[in-house]
Design a binder for this molecule. Sequence first.
Ligand code: GLC
Length: 666
Amino acid sequence: MVKKYVFGNPVNTEAVVENIPAQKGEIEVLTFDRQEQKFIYDMKEDTKVYGLGEANRGINKRGFKYVSYCSDEPSHTEEKESLYGAHNFILIDDDKQFGIFVDNPGKVTFDIGFENRNQIIIAPKYMDMSVYVIEGSSLNDIVKNFRKLIGRSYIPPKWAFGFGQSRWSYENEQSITDVAKGYVDNDMLISSIYMDIDYMESYKDFTVSEERFPEFKGFVKQVRDKGIRLVPIIDAGVKIERGYDVYEEGVANNYFVKDIDGKDYVTAVWPGLTHFPDFLNKDAREWFGNKYKVLMDCGIEGFWNDMNEPAIFYSQNKLDEIREKILEIDENTDDEKILDLRWRFNELANNKDDYEAMYHNMDGRQINHDRVHNLYGYNMTRAAAEAFERLEPDKRILMFSRSSYIGMHRYSGIWMGDNCSWWSHILLNLKMLPSLNMCGFLYVGADIGGFGCNSSEDMVLRWMALGVFTPLMRNHSALGTRNQECYNFPCVKDFKQILEVRYRLLPYIYSEYMKAALNDDMMFRPLAFVYEDDKMAAGVEDQLMLGDDVMIAPVYTQNADGRYVYLPENMTLVKFMEEGAVYSEKLQKGIHFVEVKLNEVIMFVREGHKIPVVKKSVIEDKMLRTKIMDCSIEYKKDDYEYIGEPDSSYEYKLYTDDGMTRKYEG
Ligand code: GLC
């Protein structure tokens, strides 16, 4: 079912958890071009290709070139080939169906019918790798086999399924208190508030500014008592500053990434000049992971890891080069030299020369960063997750990362990085969900409302109506953009309503998440995976199946009164409306225009199915508020009503557990 082929001398990425003996000979399903060192597959006119996780463009990846090289890419326009993650799994749906996983942590190019419309060309920069060919009886089955190969997906605490509000930055106690108040006073549900880089002292990891948070531990508790958890950010770069313990210890123990001569490599990120911890080194991982304890001791139960591609604003080397060039300028300098300077400035950030100049100590073996670039964020996050297990063996800690590689899905979730307040990014958010699920990443979500650019009320409402279904539901925005907290728009009532839909659906969302995690399944599937013989379903790129019972089809265009939806079978349209009303209508297989107001959420329940939602009266019960928000509430049978076909004999199996410990039922 799974065949492994080894090329060169690969490092152990630990992406895979099963020990599979390597095959001898060529990969049967691909042609190897020995001269060009690339793999080729000839597609037919109707061949489809899925996978690649966090990547640009469609659910069907055909027609573009994708480059696996974790990148700090803040502008997700259509031509971008690399984003933050490197997820080298593709699923080819041809006469034969099979998956390919290229376990290679260096740069790998997947040209899926771009240069030549009918060819897949897989071109690794370095030929040291393992390639896995995964077979199965259906698209779903192949994904399941692949997921078994790479191990069980990360399971967050249940409260991480509540709504979170974030912004760069709520920089002091007052601003966080204001956000909490904004939600609570407006009777809106919220479970977490995120702390961006400004909570720290000079952007130093594992510090909290005493000036802005004089009583941090007490403050965490004060917010927690309202039912809200605080979730701080941790960045990859460690500030170079004498006397700062993380810096001093890192230098003393050789825990930082080096240059060719063994000197700690100097780059700059938010804190100014920094060193990068060598997360590929076991001892450095353990050391850095233990640092999270500082914040856990203050009552923190979740984190997000950022800038871990790693993002580089500039390096000392590159800056020195530019400085020299500037000093050479005088009144006689020709234009070409000046222009050259301009390009040099433009190319300071995330420069490939820096990635090629850094070295890791992978447990005794010196290895150039560029060859293992895609393992960096993965191992930063693994460092944290392994420490959580040591420090809190029984407790689930929330963790999601910006950069990732397959294997990291066992340790955390991801968010989709710095998107923009563009309508097209609502759709991109939707398209990434199944692709990420194929690669093991289940706890995922995008910055709702958009990170960059100003958002409008209607856009945030529409985005939230997709966000109610994603495991990570977080509104986040960049410094300098319009405030997009739900209470900052005139129609607070509409936001309140959509948030209530999330909490009414939460037991179902959690149940579907857990089933997917425990059974190596996808939570979100393209329609093509469920209706394999339906040609129309195969082309649908703006609707998804959620679990076994539901189809989602959010509105993602401006000024729309609703949208066209394709139903691959008879389904019940369920519309969550004003005042918590739930409208249901049975619709026939085929195409329908469904009206959806800005304050409504729609979903479709499959024929004969029903799913539980929490009753409006329960969600609105003031006495239960705090417990609903911190997700500690245990609903009773009577607290649910059923939507879809409530009178059918279908038995939905609701998965429940304590949501806190690692004692999963399965
Ligand atoms: C990066 C992150 C973003 C964060 C910002 C400041 O751009 O992707 O989420 O707000 O850094 O820390």
